[in-house]
Design a protein around this ligand. Structure first.
Ligand code: F6R
Length: 615
C-alpha cells in the first residue's frame, strides 16, 4: 500500500528516493511525490499515476538537495489526484510530511484548525496532520533547539489512529523527524547517510543495517546521527539488525512480469519451505520456530486459522489437510471478521495468523485481538522483518523470497506446504503411523519436480486462455482440498484480468450457481482422481448438458475425461494435499495468460495494493 522513503546524507536525494519508490511500487499506489530541502527552501513535486510520470516531471525540473522525503500513495481519504498526493505541506508551505496510516480523528482536528482560521486545500487526513504539526511548530519559540521534534510530538499527542510518518521543515534544514504507530517505519543506517522507509526493500541497495521503530517511537536524524524518543512510557531503545536481503532478488530477469517469474519460482520456493524441516528418521516434520514443546503440541485441541485473501484460501486448504492428517478441529476465520468477533476459544486453542507480507492490517488486528484475550498466536509469514513476525509467539517462515507481483502466487503454495508440515507434525504425535508419515514426506519431496512438469504446459494453457478471451464471467469448482483452490483460481482471475469469477464447492452448483451456466461462461472443474472424482464428473456433465464450456484440471493418464471436458490440463498423480498444490499452478498460469492477452497491467492491477495496511 502507501510507501515512504526518506533520505539524509551526502548524495543527491532525488535519485535515491526515486529508486526507493520504485522498489516499493509492488505495494500498489495511485500517485507519488517527493519533497527536497535545499538552499532555496522546500521544493515539492507530486503526480498522480505511475512513478514514471513523476520521473518525467523531475527530469525537466529536478529537485536538488541531499535531504528529502518521498511517498507512494494509495488513496483512502480523497481521490487519487496530484493535489491529494504526498508530501503534504502545512499552511506556511515550509513543512512537508509523508504519512502512511489513517488519522481517525482528522475531522475533529480539521474543524479545530478551521476555527483557528486555517484553510485546507485537500480532503486528506494527512494534510490535517501537516497543518497540526506546522501549527505547533509556529507556536514554539524560534530558538527552540528541538523545534520540529517537539512539534511532531505535540501534534501526535492529539492524534487517534495510525501513522508511519516523516517530517521536514525549511527552518530546521539539516534534519528529519520520523514517528511510528501501527504503520511500519524502518531506520536504515549507512555510511554518512540515514534512511527512513516503510519497507527495508526501499533501502536495501544502500544499507543492510536497519532498526524497526516500535509504536510511539519518534526518531530525529541529523548529520551527526539519530536520537530516539517515545510518546509512551516505554523505555526507548532500538534493536539494530543486519538484514539478509538481496535487492537483486527482486529483479525480473528474463521474465516479462514478476508474476510469471514468481509462478516459475515455485519449484524452488516450495523446496525452501520444507528444506531442513523433514525428519526422515522419525517420519515427521520439525518446526523449531513454533516455540512449543511436544507437550504443548499434544495439548492443542483446536486451531483457528486467520488471514485475508490468498492467505485465507491457503488456510482453507490447510484446514482440510490438518483435519485429515492430524484429526485436530480447525476453523477458518477472515481476519477482518475475527478481529471484531468474540469467537469462543480456550487455552488449548492455537491461533495461526497467515500472511505473506506480515503487514496486513486486518491480520495484525486479528492477532492482537487473540493475544489480548491470552491466546497463543503463531504466524506463517514470508517477511521475516514484519510486524507479524515480531508480534507472534513463534511460527514458520516461508523463505519464498520477495513476492513483488500484487497477485500472490508462490506465497500460496509455500503456505499450503507449511500446513502440510504442521499437519504431519501434529498427526505423528497423535495417530499417524510411521509409514503414513513417510508417504507424506515423499509426496512433499516430489512436489518441486511435479510443479516443473505442470509449468511445462504454460504454452498449452495460453492457448486455452486465447480461446476464452471474450468471456465476461467464469466459474471455478472444487471439492474438499480443491475447494480452496477453486476460490484461489477465481481470485487470481478476478484481480488481474477484471473478469468476474466465482469459486464454489462443486456440489453447490445445483443449489443456485447452475443458473449462471450458458455457452459463454467457462467453468473450470478441479477434478483430479480422488474420492470425489465420480461426483465431480456428475456435476461437470450437468454443466455440459447446458452447453457450458468446461476446462478440467485432471490427473495425468485420465483419458476418460476427454469425453466430458472441452479442454484439459493435466497434473501429476499425487495424494490429495499435494494435488491441491499442483492444481493451483495451472490456474495461476491461466489467469496470467488471460491478463496478458487482455492487455492488463499484470503486476500492478488497478485499485489493488500488495500489502493492505488499512483496515
Ligand atoms: C491476492 C492477494 C491478496 C493477499 C491479501 C493478504 O493475490 O495478494 O488477497 O493475499 O491481501 O496479504 P498478506 O498475505 O500479505 O497478508
Amino acid at each position: 500500500m502507501c510507501g515512504i522513503v526518506a533520505y539524509l546524507g551526502d548524495k543527491e536525494a532525488q535519485p535515491v528516493l526515486l529508486e526507493g519508490l520504485r522498489r516499493l511500487e509492488y505495494r500498489g499506489y495511485d500517485s507519488s511525490g517527493i519533497a527536497v530541502l535545499n538552499g532555496k527552501g522546500l521544493e515539492v513535486t507530486k503526480k498522480v499515476g505511475r512513478i514514471q510520470q513523476l520521473e518525467r516531471v523531475l527530469a525537466v525540473r529536478p529537485l536538488h538537495g541531499s535531504l528529502g522525503i518521498s511517498h507512494t500513495r494509495w488513496a483512502t481519504h480523497g481521490k487519487a489526484t496530484d493535489v491529494n498526493a504526498h508530501p503534504h505541506t502545512d499552511a506556511s508551505g515550509k513543512l512537508a510530511i509523508v504519512h502512511n496510516g489513517i488519522i481517525e480523528n482528522y475531522g475533529i482536528l480539521k474543524k479545530k484548525l478551521i476555527d483557528k482560521g486555517f484553510q485546507f486545500r485537500t480532503e486528506t487526513d494527512t494534510e490535517v496532520l501537516a497543518f497540526l504539526i506546522g501549527f505547533h511548530f509556529d507556536t514554539l519559540d524560534t530558538d527552540t533547539e528541538n523545534r520540529l521534534e517537539m512539534a511532531v510530538m505535540e501534534a501526535l499527542r492529539e492524534v487517534t489512529g495510525t501513522y508511519g510518518l516523516v517530517a521536514i521543515h525549511q527552518d530546521q534544514p539539516g534534519l528529519m523527524v520520523g514517528a511510528r504507530r501501527g504503520s511500519p517505519l524502518v531506520l536504515g543506517i549507512g555510511k554518512h547517510e540515514h534512511f527512513l522507509a516503510s519497507d527495508v526493500s526501499a533501502m536495501a541497495a544502500h544499507t543492510q543495517t536497519v532498526a524497526h521503530l516500535r509504536d510511539f517511537d519518534v526518531v530525529t536524524i541529523d548529520r551527526n546521527g539519530y536520537r530516539l524518543k517515545s510518546l509512551s512510557q516505554n523505555k526507548v531503545g532500538l534493536e539494530i539488525s543486519k538484514i539478509d536481503y538481496q535487492s537483486g532478488e527482486a529483479e525480473m530477469g528474463d521474465f516479462p512480469h514478476f508474476m510469471l517469474k514468481e509462478i516459475f519460482e515455485q519449484p524452488i520456493s516450495i523446496q525452501n519451505a520444507f528444506r531442513g524441516r523433514l525428519n526422515l528418521d522419525e517420519s515427521t516434520a520439525q518446526l523449531g520456530g513454533l516455540n512449543l514443546t511436544p507437550q504443548d503440541l499434544r495439548e492443542i485441541d483446536r486451531i483457528v486459522i486467520t488471514g485475508c485473501g490468498t492467505a485465507l484460501h491457503a488456510g482453507l486448504v490447510g484446514e482440510y489437510i490438518i483435519e485429515s492428517m492430524a484429526h485436530v478441529p480447525v476453523e477458518i476465520e477472515w481476519a477482518s471478521e475475527f478481529r471484531l468477533r468474540n469467537s469462543p476459544m480456550d487455552r488449548r486453542t492455537l491461533v495461526l495468523a497467515v500472511s505473506q507480507s506480515g503487514e496486513t492490517e486486518d491480520t495484525l488486528g486479528a492477532l492482537r485481538e487473540a493475544r489480548r484475550k491470552g491466546h497463543r498466536v503463531l504466524g506463517i509469514c514470508n517477511n521475516v522483518a514484519s510486524t507479524l513476525a515480531r508480534e507472534t509467539d513463534g511460527g514458520v517462515y516461508m523463505y519464498a523470497g520477495p513476492e513483488v507481483s500484487v497477485a500472490a502466487t508462490k506465497s500460496f503454495t509455500s503456505q499450503v506446504v507449511i500446513f502440510a508440515l504442521l499437519a504431519l507434525l501434529l498427526g505423528r504425535m497423535r495417530f499417524l503411523s510411521a509409514s503414513q508419515g513417510r508417504g507424506i514426506i515423499e509426496a512433499i519431496e516430489a512436489l518441486p519436480d511435479q510443479i516443473t512438469q505442470v509449468l511445462r504446459q504454460s504454452a498449452h494453457i495460453r492457448k486455452i486462455a486465447e480461446k476464452y478471451r471474450n468471456a465476461n464471467s467464469m466459474l471455478f469448482f472444487g471439492r474438499q482440498m480443491q475447494f480452496g483452490i477453486a476460490l484461489e483460481g477465481a481470485l487470481k482471475m478476478k484481480e488481474i484480468t477484471y473478469i468476474h469469477a466465482g469459486g464454489h464447492p462443486t456440489a453447490e452448483l445445483k443449489h443456485g450457481i447452475i443458473a449462471l451456466v450458458d455457452e459463454k461462461t467457462p467453468s473450470v472443474f478441479l477434478c483430479p482422481k480422488d474420492g470425489a472424482y465420480d461426483k465431480n464428473i456428475n456435476n461437470l456433465q450437468q454443466v455440459k448438458a447446458r452447453k457450458g464450456p468446461v476446462i478440467a484440471v485432471a490427473t495425468e493418464g485420465n483419458e476418460e475425461i476427454r469425453n466430458h471436458a472441452d479442454d484439459i490440463i493435466y497434473i501429476p498423480d499425487a495424494p490429495d494435499f499435494a494435488a491441491a498444490i499442483l492444481s493451483v499452478v495451472p490456474l495461476q498460469l491461466f489467469a496470467y495468460h488471460m491478463a496478458v492477452i487482455l492487455g492488463r497491467d499484470v503486476d500492478k492491477p488497478r485499485n489493488l495494493a500488495k500489502s493492505v495496511t488499512v483496515p
